[in-house]
Write a protein that binds this ligand. Structure first.
Ligand code: NIG
Ligand code: FE
Length: 395
């Protein structure tokens, strides 16, 4: 079954090899375009079968006309923490009046999450993914990290796996209250029994590497957990340089991590290490917004040759927003990125941070994951900030 989509004023392919497309901003834009997506059988994921000028479009089983809207690859939200219960809105309110964030609230969410049943957690996760999907996100990475014992971390990943293949084991989120007297024993547990229980449900391992927080992990502790994860066959990701300068970014590069996330406080040496590497720097501007922190200088990173993704980090503590359009607006307004750079960061480079090439760009053979903008150009995403104009294109 093949479906022809016409009436596309601007097709942003994010394919910088597409011939005949406008490549002036690296977005591979076709104007007055059409796309054919199809699936081999019912309920199979769709794939892109044809991309080109509307005038050249082939026949298809069905067609529909978007009447002059822009189409993009669906957003790839490469960093989220959706498996949790409980409410920390009062913590947000306190931060707005000056209370700093240090990771301590994670234990509050941990307690509520441990108490929730599978059915309760499943309903929460599903509602959050639906909320993302309604705003143009078609791939989401989901971390564990609010269970922090063997059974709870495995459960979190088992439930996350029901909605995404991009699952990340974050037993190294913080040291839970019951383990505070023996950090070394907790690191051994995470790198041993907890990892073994979680690994069947996880693609990635991540650590909150942050010596500036008493709750999170030092560079050496993070290295132990990451190396164990690598031995278990998982890819590596790192929460690094969020609260102050630290070893996270360079550790990520040294170990060949796919991504180091946050990057709020990077030194010149960190930037130099990232620029010659395969490690994507994933910026999370909703966190700076929601914690009143300084924004990282996206412009400087791009000019230094660093590959940048942007993601929501949707979580109950530091950014409870599921909106990729808001992250694009913040990247443009606060981090010196052009709308085109922010859009690539939210799609094709975010896919790269998941080591995927089948999503994040509209090209023949890729997944048919598309988003539609209720406007003639993608420029309206940051321009119409706060207005829900991006939707996933359901075909
Ligand atoms: O990405 N930095 C650590 N983890 C999350 C926050 C989690 C929380 O506070 O609940 C983050 O910012
Ligand atoms: Fe995070």
């Amino acid at each position: 079954m093949a479906i022809l989509i016409t009436g596309i004023s601007e097709l942003v392919t994010c394919d910088d090899t597409l011939e005949g497309a406008d490549q002036s901003d690296g977005l591979g834009i076709l104007r007055d375009a059409a796309v054919v997506v199809g699936a081999e059988f019912e309920d199979a994921p769709t794939s892109v079968q044809w991309v080109g000028a509307a005038a050249d479009a082939p026949a298809a089983d069905w067609s529909f006309d978007l009447g002059g809207q822009a189409v993009l690859p669906g957003f790839v939200d490469s960093h989220s923490h959706l498996v949790y219960a409980g409410d920390r809105s009062a913590e947000f309110a306190a931060r707005m009046t000056g209370q700093p964030y240090d990771g301590g609230g994670i234990a509050v969410t941990m307690a509520a999450t441990r108490e929730a049943s599978d059915a309760e957690l499943r309903a929460l996760i599903t509602a959050r993914v639906d909320e993302m999907r309604s705003q143009g996100t078609t791939t989401v990475e989901i971390k564990s990290g609010y269970g922090l014992d063997v059974e709870q971390e495995a459960r979190a990943l088992r439930l996350a796996r029901e909605v995404t293949e991009e699952t990340t084991f974050l037993g190294g989120h913080v040291v839970p209250p019951e383990a505070r007297d023996d950090r070394a024993a907790y690191v051994d547990l995470v790198a041993g029994e907890m990892l073994a229980a979680a690994a069947p449900y996880a693609k990635w391992v991540d650590v909150f590497c942050e010596p500036n927080s008493p709750h999170a992990f030092t560079g050496d502790e993070a290295r132990t957990i990451l190396l164990a994860g690598r031995d278990a066959g998982l890819g590596l990701r790192v929460h690094g340089n969020q609260l102050g300068p630290g070893p996270g970014a360079q550790l990520a590069v040294e170990l060949g991590a796919a991504s180091v996330d946050h990057c709020t406080f990077l030194s010149d040496d960190d930037i130099a290490a990232l620029s010659g590497s395969d490690t994507v720097a994933t910026l999370l501007p909703g966190v700076e917004f929601s914690t009143r922190s300084p924004y990282p200088d996206g412009r400087a990173l791009i000019d230094a040759g660093v590959n940048i993704a942007i993601a929501t980090d949707c979580n109950p503590g530091t950014c409870n927003s599921s909106s990729m359009p808001l992250m694009i607006a913040l990247a443009v307004r606060e981090m010196g990125m052009t709308p085109a750079e922010a859009l690539r960061a939210a799609t094709v480079t975010a896919a790269r941070s998941l080591r995927r090439t089948d999503i994040g760009s509209v090209r023949v053979g890729n997944r048919g994951d598309l988003a539609v903008v209720g406007a003639p150009s993608y420029l309206h995403i940051p321009y119409r900030v706060g207005v829900p104009i991006v939707k996933t294109l359901q075909v």
